[in-house]
Design a binder for this molecule. Structure first.
Ligand code: PEP
Ligand code: MN
Length: 377
């Protein structure tokens, strides 16, 4: 691929309008330029972006802007062509999935089990979430484990009852890691068979972020949004490029998740917490950003102020503008089959949510503050 250009189509035009047809025809006729059409379905409108790939340096922005129905033309830099936030690029980030909106202006909490174990704990988790007005959760069915002898997750066998229970308690989106392309079909088939009681956000875990063939397959499917976790041993830019793999296959409904990086400099935390990268990811790309305090901190230690490190770092991520929080809870952590030591307790859920709301309020006040000061300077 050479350089690229993005043509933003006037969103008020119908998908089959004459203007769009003419514009697409002219673009398709440009010699040496590959044309890819991306359709982004949001809650309020459907956006069409046409990507021109190849020798775009010789194309004139003015001429393309003059084609019928073209709203704007953005020249794209080398990095993160599709997901990147380019020069003079104020396009909004985000998407809506199963009634839940993921943007850079709201916050969704995904509290749930690291790994699905029993029907009882899944149901208790969902019941607590509904009681506290939550419509999202996390549930691991396919677990990538360091040891082949550790519990690998219930896999597809648990999907039907997890989805049915989610539906029963009004859970609209479950973040669920997949570790193999066959899992995408298993999730889709199970949702189909149970009548779509809930939705799934496919999670690409930290260990798979450079599994490029998996990324391509997941990027080609249209049904599920994706949560991409930062690689724990690679640079931020390498992780963002992994997300770009999904986008290059047409999938732009992506949330990027910071989950800490592996180094003993983070001790005694499980990983070195990297939530200072929340604003960095927002500056470099148009992806909403998630933080995962559980896999960053990895324990239930607390500071002398009696707050868990887990809650401290969650607040740090949210104050920095995180748009989503992925966090491990368990009704009986001692019985959890995976990551019990880092799980929050169900009785801590209202406390956690209140703490998150407080941090969010602080972030919103900080935004108002920058509005006042930026306006004055
Ligand atoms: C998880 O969220 O369950 C998980 C395994 O996370 P990570 O890929 O960040 O280790
Ligand atoms: Mn885990």
């Amino acid at each position: 691929m050479g350089a690229a250009m993005i043509v933003l189509v006037d969103s008020s035009l119908a998908e089959d309008s004459e203007e769009r047809r003419l514009t697409l025809e002219s673009l398709t006729n440009l010699p040496g330029i590959e044309v890819r059409v991306h359709t982004i379905r949001g809650a309020r409108q459907t956006l069409t972006e046409i990507y021109l790939i190849g020798d775009t340096a010789r194309l004139s922005v003015e001429e393309i802007s003059a084609l019928p129905g073209v709203e704007r033309v953005v020249r794209v830099s080398e990095e993160y062509r599709i997901l990147g936030r380019h020069k003079d690029d104020s396009r909004a980030a985000g998407f809506t999935y199963n009634g839940v909106s993921f943007t850079e202006d709201n916050l969704n909490v995904f509290a749930g089990l690291c790994a699905v174990d029993t029907k009882e704990s899944v149901e208790e988790m969902f019941r607590a979430l509904r009681q506290h007005g939550q419509v999202c959760s996390r549930m691991g069915a396919y677990k990538p484990r360091s040891s082949p002898y550790s519990f690998q997750g219930h896999g597809k066998a648990c999907l039907p009852w997890v989805f049915e229970l989610a539906g029963k308690y009004g859970i609209r989106v479950i973040a669920m890691e997949i570790t193999h392309e066959s899992h995408v079909d298993e999730v889709a088939e199970s949702l189909e068979r149970t009548g779509h009681p809930t939705g799934v956000m496919l999670q690409i875990g930290t260990r798979n972020i450079q599994n490029f063939e998996l990324l391509k397959v997941v990027g080609r499917q249209r049904e599920f949004p994706i949560l991409v976790k930062r690689g724990f041993g690679i640079s931020l830019s390498e992780s963002l490029n992994a997300a770009e793999y999904l986008a290059s296959e047409g999938k732009t409904e992506i949330v990027f998740c910071l989950r800490g990086v592996k180094t003993n400099l983070g001790d005694p935390h499980r990983n070195l917490v990297d939530f200072s990268h929340v604003p960095v990811v927002k500056r470099l790309t148009r992806m909403p950003v998630c933080v995962d305090p559980s896999h960053s901190v990895g324990s239930r230690e607390r500071a002398p102020d009696r707050m868990l490190d887990l809650m401290h770092v969650t607040a740090q991520g949210v104050v920095a503008g995180a748009d989503m929080v992925l966090v491990d809870f368990h009704p009986a952590p001692a019985k959890a089959l995976v990551d019990g030591p880092q799980a929050l307790l169900l009785k801590e859920l209202p406390w956690f949510l209140e703490d998150v709301a407080l941090a969010r309020e602080c972030y919103e006040k900080r935004r108002a503050l920058v509005g006042r000061h930026a306006a004055a300077s």
